[in-house]
Design a protein around this ligand. Structure first.
Ligand code: ZN
Ligand code: ZN
Length: 311
């Protein structure tokens, strides 16, 4: 069984508060292997990673949604610490116009790094989804969003897995485990005791898990498509009242509409304006919207710093 762990390291919009740090999300994927990713890196992210018990030396890929300081200002310090901790592995930083900004960051201050910093430009125009990196087990996908500056959303998408249905296999007289299964997975069939057994006869497809992070954006169609059937949609929800909507961000209601249209399973609202200091107030406002939309409150969470989600 694989699982994804999501740790919210920062959940504020623009200005930090006593309880909310600048945007950053740590995602750990556990299969036979373990992979760690960071989405956005607002100021103070390295300290948030320490406090959360995660390990920044495991990060090989960082994904920046856009180059507003509340989403990237933590990079300088994080890179410096990685270097002091004697990192030698290359580090990839993805983002719209990443080359331009990483070049500036690399030249700031008197530091020389013992590892390669490799920028990866992410397309930020149009409707196309882009696969940024991929293994046998997962893909990381981006799609342009709308925030007044080049900005993208990201998805971590686990690939579907073919699993053996032990009951079906037993009906074909196959053993509980062993070599025939290796052949079956490699070739798609196996001859067992003189009989041909096809992989589809004794297997089922386990759907891959998907997590989508909007970054900063007004509600956009691209996101509805990216978040189709996602397990978790993490969405910009700067305001909880429609009257503050200034069309560069989303309100909780906007995020809920995207969530409903996408048919995702769970919604997490983040990037919350400092005008909301109390969680109680946020939940009161949310309850009214949820009622209006006829939704199950259990499907929606308001992100808090250090909140963990496991899927
Ligand atoms: Zn922001
Ligand atoms: Zn922004």
């Amino acid at each position: 069984m694989t699982h994804i762990e999501i740790i919210f390291l920062g959940t504020t919009a623009s200005i930090p508060t006593k309880y909310r740090n600048h945007a950053a999300i740590y995602l750990k994927y556990q299969s036979e292997n373990e992979y760690s990713f960071l989405f956005d890196c607002g100021e103070g992210t390295q300290r948030q990673i320490f406090s959360s018990g995660m390990n920044f030396m495991r990060l090989d890929n960082i994904f920046i949604t856009h180059w507003h300081a509340d989403h990237f200002a933590g990079l300088l310090g994080l890179l410096e610490t990685m270097s002091l901790e004697k990192r030698t592995k290359p580090l990839y930083v993805y983002g719209p116009e990443a080359s331009k900004f990483i070049e500036v960051l690399s030249e700031l201050g008197y530091s020389s790094k013992g590892f390669k910093l490799i920028p990866k430009d992410v397309p930020f125009d149009g409707r196309e989804e882009t696969i940024l990196t991929e293994t046998d087990e997962y893909q990381i996908i981006s799609v342009p969003v709308s925030h007044g500056v080049p900005a993208v959303a990201y998805a971590f998408a686990e690939k579907d897995r073919i699993k053996i249905d032990k009951k079906k296999a037993a009906k074909y007289g196959m053993p509980k485990k062993g070599r025939p299964y290796k052949t079956l997975k490699e070739k798609g069939f196996v001859i067992y005791k003189g009989r041909e057994i096809k992989l589809e006869d004794v297997s089922f497809v386990e759907k891959g898990k998907k997590v989508v992070y909007s970054g900063d954006t007004k509600p956009v169609k691209n996101l509805i498509e990216l978040a189709k059937d996602a397990d978790v949609l993490i969405h910009d929800s700067t305001y909880f009242e429609q009257e503050f909507d200034e069309r560069k961000h989303s309100t909780a209601e906007d995020a809920i509409d995207v969530f409903i249209k996408a048919g995702a399973k769970q919604l997490v609202l983040t990037h919350i304006s400092r005008r909301y200091q109390s969680e109680k107030e946020l939940y009161e406002l949310l309850k009214t919207i949820v009622k209006k939309k006829n939704l199950d409150m259990k499907k929606i969470k308001i992100a808090r710093d250090f909140m963990h989600l496991k899927i």
